[in-house]
Write a protein of this length. Structure first.
Length: 151
């Protein structure tokens, strides 16, 4: 009898735990499952200054919006600190096309585009090709869903 009661309590507890996690809010900045690094550890300032991704270095790090941001140089770190919203990717680094569809997917720091002075990431090159068919329209849609899509 005691074993049956314990089993029932364990089942209810597990159900509550998993049901709660199904409704958990996604992080505002995409960092991956086992990481705290924003943009996969790439320097977001480099996209604008160098026109390409550059790996950040641990000695040039900054905590912002619950994530660790890495930079290739002290100058890039200082530029980000002075104006994070100018350099942080839109939609927290989640895939821009996915956000326009009202869901989230990981953004790949090697699949990117700067549009209107803002950095956008996509899941992969195939998804980016879809996104590029109507970038302005997808940005309008994504802006409507962001940040509510995180809930």
């Amino acid at each position: 009898m005691r074993l049956a009661a314990l089993t029932t309590v364990a089942t209810i507890a597990a159900s509550t735990l998993f049901a709660g996690s199904a409704f958990a809010r996604s992080a505002e900045v995409y960092t991956g499952t086992f990481s705290s690094l924003a943009v996969g550890g790439y320097d977001t300032v480099a996209y604008f200054k160098e026109g390409k991704p550059a790996k950040g270095r641990a000695e040039f790090s900054f905590e912002y919006k619950g994530a660790t941001w890495l930079f290739a140089s002290q100058a890039d770190l200082e530029a980000f600190k002075a104006n994070p919203s100018a350099y942080a990717p839109q939609y927290g680094g989640y895939c821009s096309w996915a956000v326009a569809q009202n869901y989230t997917a990981s953004g790949d720091p090697l699949v990117w585009k700067i549009v209107g002075g803002k950095l956008y990431l996509n899941y992969d090159r195939d998804v980016q090709a879809k996104w590029e068919k109507d970038i302005p329209g997808f940005i309008v849609k994504a802006d409507k869903f962001w940040p509510g899509v995180l809930n």
